[in-house]
Design a protein around this ligand. Structure first.
Ligand SMILES: [Zn+2]
Length: 450
């Protein structure tokens, strides 16, 4: 009886997770203009050859060959890296490497802080070294295809900084987790989830203060005052509260050739960041559109909604992680020398669970993100109406530049998009932008009424 209940519960949970992105982003309230443009964009992609050019986003023959190769290698790297992450944890556990790390840290000191931090250091060091070949190859590819201009010494220095941050901050989280596991062996997943809520809020709040470790930031008002004046038009149109002091220029060109802009932070740290590469490659009109898209995330409360979404996924993941650790230790514990869930070595078992469930939840997370990105595209195009001569053409051209500089595949495999893309494909975005015309007779804009 109980197993039937559990099966129904699991099926219900799966369905709930599948429909969650839709219910949270309110896709049902799509307007007629959105439906028409969506249909036109889908038809355009369906008629175009796979990995080939589309009418609204096309690359030259040499660029297209590069994009095709990058996409194929990218698919292989993406899934290969995920599989290797899971396999390497199984290998580390089954060969006794994790048990050895625990042994070393227990022998080193009787102090729990020293034990936790030394175990985590060894664990991070070995897993980082195991991941290194894939990371080195990925950076080599970015350099070869001109997506990155960051030299190897600077790249390695960044890896060292990431390692130090993971060890320092991760150590605090591990100490807290094991403290809770030892006190509440059956309920730690729920308590740790409750504790993780303020930690997550703080993480998002603090992220903009950590990023200057990797890139230089300057107030946009100082570097591009004329642009700020144009962006302020979008701000006023959306009745937003983004003063010019909350706009920053990120010096991405020191390391990257790709373009971007984003909304970061939370509350007092919330800000809009525009990469200097975007300013160098795009016309002012196109930047205004990109900013319109970014301000869409701001106005439509995407950071807050994503937080809620991530918290729901975390609760599910922690519970599944708890069940997995119980099962794995009873089944493989003696072979792996992991006696109980409060052994330091159990951290590897828990991370194995997170890797497996994280991989399975990836398409749900991406579907949610794509829905937000699409909404921001619609918002951005409507926001620049009246501020640029032709909002549809401006948006399409912005996607063209964006895709070209990242060597984006014009028409990727839909299954690959479904599973791994956090944004709709650039071919779809360009086609949608061109087809979206809520100002036509009988149509209504979604966010800015006529
Ligand atoms: Zn976006």
């Amino acid at each position: 009886m109980r197993s039937i209940f559990r099966r129904w519960f699991a099926a219900g949970l799966f369905l709930f997770l599948l429909t969650l992105p839709l219910s949270l982003t309110g896709c049902s309230s799509e307007t007629a203009a959105e439906r028409a443009a969506d249909l036109a964009a889908r038809q355009e992609l369906a008629a175009a050859p796979r990995h080939g050019n589309t009418p609204d986003y096309s690359l030259g023959p040499a660029e297209l060959a590069k994009a095709d190769h990058l996409n194929r290698v990218g698919e292989l790297l993406h899934f290969g890296d995920e599989a290797w992450g899971i396999l390497s944890l199984v290998l580390l556990l089954s060969t006794g490497a994790v048990a050895w790390m625990q042994d070393r840290s227990l022998k080193m000191s009787g102090n729990r802080w020293a034990q936790g931090y030394s175990f985590l250091f060894l664990f991070l060091l070995i897993t980082t070294l195991l991941e290194l070949p894939v990371d080195l190859y990925a950076h080599h590819l970015s350099l070869r295809y001109g997506l990155s201009v960051q030299g190897w010494p600077s790249w390695l220095w960044d890896q060292a900084k990431v390692f130090a941050l993971s060890w320092g901050i991760g150590g605090l989280l591990v100490m807290l987790l094991f403290w809770i596991i030892r006190r509440l062996p059956r309920l730690w997943w729920l308590v740790f989830w409750c504790v993780s809520i303020p930690i997550l809020f703080f993480g998002i709040f603090a992220a903009p203060y950590l990023e200057p470790l990797f890139f230089k930031y300057q107030p946009l008002e100082k570097t591009n005052p004329a642009l700020v004046a144009r962006l302020e038009q979008v701000v006023q149109k959306g009745q937003m509260d983004i003063p010019p002091e909350r706009m920053f220029l990120m010096k991405a060109s020191a390391k990257l050739s790709t373009l971007n802009a984003d909304v970061e932070g939370f509350g007092a740290s919330k800000r809009v960041v525009v990469w200097d590469t975007t300013i160098a490659r795009m016309s002012p009109d196109e930047i205004v559109f990109v900013f319109g898209h970014e301000s869409g995330h701001y106005v439509l409360h995407h950071i807050r909604d994503t937080l809620i979404f991530v918290l729901i996924l975390l609760l599910v993941t922690f519970y599944l992680g708890y069940r997995f650790v119980q099962w794995a230790i009873s089944r493989f514990g003696p072979g792996w020398s992991v006696g109980s869930q409060d052994d330091w070595a159990a951290l590897a078992v828990l991370l194995l669970a997170f890797s497996i469930f994280g991989t399975l939840l990836e398409p749900i997370q991406n579907a949610y993100s794509r829905a937000h990105e699409h909404a921001a595209d619609v918002y951005g195009e409507e926001a620049i109406h009246g501020l640029v001569a032709d909002p549809r053409d401006t948006a399409r051209r912005a996607f063209d530049v964006l895709g070209r500089t990242s060597l984006d595949d014009p028409n990727p495999n839909p299954l690959y998009v479904f599973w791994t893309y956090s944004h709709p494909s650039i071919g779809y975005r360009a086609a949608f932008a061109e087809a979206y015309d809520p100002w036509a007779p009988g149509m209504m804009p979604r966010y800015f009424k006529k």
